[in-house]
Design a protein around this ligand. Structure first.
Ligand SMILES: CC(C)(COP(=O)(O)OP(=O)(O)OC[C@H]1O[C@@H](n2cnc3c(N)ncnc32)[C@H](O)[C@@H]1OP(=O)(O)O)[C@@H](O)C(=O)NCCC(=O)NCCS
Length: 393
């Protein structure tokens, strides 16, 4: 038994290495790779310990856009428990401790990609948005250049990429307000292929960019596919110019795969002219950690004026539980204790907050129950675009 608390930052190199060994085995990777990854997270690693390290996780400090405003968030990743100690409740204990830490000292929301959804759902996370990759055959894409020029981007263009990304994705519910660490993931060059960057400009003014890698169909294949990490187009011309850029690789490449919103503007044109396949779809989960801060911290339509009450049920964080009154005007939500509203599971609040589900869907899912007099006000408050993100973490 250690004198240290059961949950906390690793106590030195030995505990970091113990956690690195757990994630390396869990995610089928090289120990040294994961050891460097864990060390890079510095103080943003947490472990659960007894005599030794039982499991751990890492925290991405970032923001997530809701209603056009960046809400500070923790992104939780690398959740792992020693294989011989699984199914004994240690991951539950680890996540509950992390949730309490976030509630007391962290941001008002927490986001993650689940490999075991039940683990997180038990603690109040709920599916609240997706990450969708679509694929298209290059020889079917239009070649028109739309009057824009494309130039290769370099690390000197990072600010341009950041500004274009924010301009385009800020008003997309769920997209990350990327931290340097998340940008580091997006810009990381794989060992076996370069990372390509092209910026679409009109008269020297950037309107979009793309970042992508290449992947051979088989190791010995001559032809390859284009795997796009970022496709950012702030105008239809930029979207067309980037699509045409992919098409110009059709003599040597077969397909392009890109992450876009489920209702992305670029799909209007693509779906009109050819078949677009959904090639990958993952769903992320959101946790409303502090009800008042989370609700007051996101953005809203400033033309919506509405009042509603909810009665939150949150077993893991009882501080959130109980009656709340929500008042929205001029794009600002004010939240205070009290009122008489329907029962809303904290998981349902996450799905409503992101815009993933409205009151009718929440009722069908069993996450909202009781008086429906407030439903239309709640629907109006949280109406928005379908939540998504291009990032995985
Ligand atoms: C997933 C993992 C972290 C769970 O750890 P654990 O200590 O075995 O989990 P717990 O015993 O605390 O289980 C907590 C809850 O999650 C559920 N759960 C755990 N692993 C699950 C799995 N693989 N599939 C479905 N549900 C799972 C349990 O049933 C339990 O719910 P219950 O109490 O309602 O039955 C562990 O299996 C692991 O390290 N796996 C490899 C890495 C991984 O997949 N990480 C998750 C990344 S998001």
């Amino acid at each position: 038994m250690s004198d240290l608390p059961r949950y906390g930052v690793p106590d030195g190199d030995a505990e970091k290495r113990a956690y690195a060994a757990i994630v390396a085995e869990a995610f089928a990777g090289e120990f040294e790779t994961f050891n460097a990854w864990v060390h890079d997270f510095g103080a943003d690693v947490r472990v659960l310990r007894d005599a030794g390290v039982l499991g751990g996780l890492v925290i991405y400090r970032m923001g997530q856009f809701f209603g056009g405003v960046s809400v500070p968030a923790w992104g939780i990743a690398g959740v792992g428990v020693r294989p011989e100690l699984r199914a004994k409740g240690f991951a539950h204990e680890l996540m509950l401790a992390n949730l309490r830490e976030c509630h007391d000292h962290g941001p008002p929301i927490s986001t993650l990609y689940p490999a075991a959804p039940k683990l997180y759902r038990n603690l109040g996370w709920e599916f609240s948005g997706s990450r969708t990759a679509i694929g298209a055959n290059l020889h079917e894409l239009a070649l028109r250049d739309h009057g824009l020029t494309l130039r290769p981007g370099t690390p000197k263009d990072d600010d341009i990429l950041g500004a274009l990304y924010s301009r385009s994705h800020q008003y997309e519910n769920g997209c990350l307000d990327r931290s340097d660490r998340i940008w580091g993931r997006v810009r990381r060059v794989p060992v076996d292929t370069p990372l390509f960057c092209y910026i679409a400009e009109r008269d020297g003014v950037p309107e979009g960019y793309t970042l992508y890698t290449q992947k051979r169909a088989t190791p010995n294949s001559f032809r390859y596919d284009m795997l796009v990490r970022d496709f950012v187009a702030t105008t239809p011309a930029a979207a067309g110019a980037l699509i045409a850029h992919f098409a110009r690789n059709r003599s040597v490449a077969n397909r392009v795969q890109l992450y876009v919103a489920p209702d992305a503007p670029v799909l209007i044109e693509l779906l009109r002219t050819q078949e677009v396949a959904v090639e990958q779809r993952m769903h992320w989960m959101l946790r409303i950690v502090r009800v008042k801060d989370a609700l007051e911290g996101r953005g809203y339509n400033r033309h919506v004026r509405a009042d509603a009450a909810i009665s939150v049920i949150d077993e893991a964080l009882p501080d959130n539980s109980g009656a709340w009154t929500l008042s929205l005007s001029d794009g600002h939500m004010t939240v205070r204790r009290g009122g008489q509203g329907p029962g809303l599971d904290i998981r349902g609040l996450a799905a409503m907050y992101s815009g993933s589900m409205g009151p009718p869907q929440l009722r069908a899912a069993g996450l909202l129950a009781g008086d429906d007099a407030h439903d239309s006000a709640l629907a109006a408050m949280f109406a928005g675009t379908t939540p998504w993100m291009p990032d995985y973490f």
